[in-house]
Write a protein that binds this ligand. Sequence first.
Ligand code: ZN
Length: 256
Amino acid sequence: MENILQVFSGIFGLLIGSFLNALIYRLPREINIAYPGSACPQCNHLIKWYENIPLFSFIFLRGKCSACHSKISWQYPLIEFFTALFAFVISPHNLGVNELFNYFFYFGVFCAFLVHFIIDVKHQVLPDSINIYLGLLFFMVALFTRPWSHWLIGASFGFGFPLLVSWIFYQIRGQIGLGGGDIKLYGVLGIYLGPMGIMQNIFLSCFLGAIVGLILMLAKIIKRDNPIPFGPFILIVASVQIFFEQWFNQLLRYIA
Ligand SMILES: [Zn+2]
């Protein structure tokens, strides 16, 4: 039973990975998700169903568009592969309600984080639609598993504190420090992580962002006033907090 579920979960992951590729391409360009069908970004050749099979099409097309032979980005098979791998690794052990609930929750969060991460790196934006989706997912889980004070104070703090800091920063320096998308992401994460968890995230993501920013500056990859997307740091810390919860808590106890 377990093996069958793993195989099904892996295939499900491949299909969803293919959908995530479409979201990553379409959301920042504000193209409708459902229509029109996928086309080559170079020559607008409409991609046929057999050219759209996750992972396999990339292999038999040898990474090239069948019409204009321009290269298809490695991002497509990689996203499909990692989404399938994640689904495979966390596949449910049985079809019990708890197992399935956990499975869809963690997989749903993974997909949103992945789409957010890539879009922020490429376009410096965290789409509202993904923040809303995450907010609903977290709220649904928090409503059943956490006291109301946890999600209410967590969300208020996650949204309010970075907003206040950026407002003060703006008053002093006349520059926008954190983007609106970052602040909204902190807010929705606060629903699930609660006040303590979101405080830890804010502290650690800023710390991580500062270190990476400094390294990129010293290595002369970016200049001093170059903004770097901040969402990835929030998402990396949140991934550790959510997917490696026990390990993260142990680490905190060890440090504190
Ligand atoms: Zn083409």
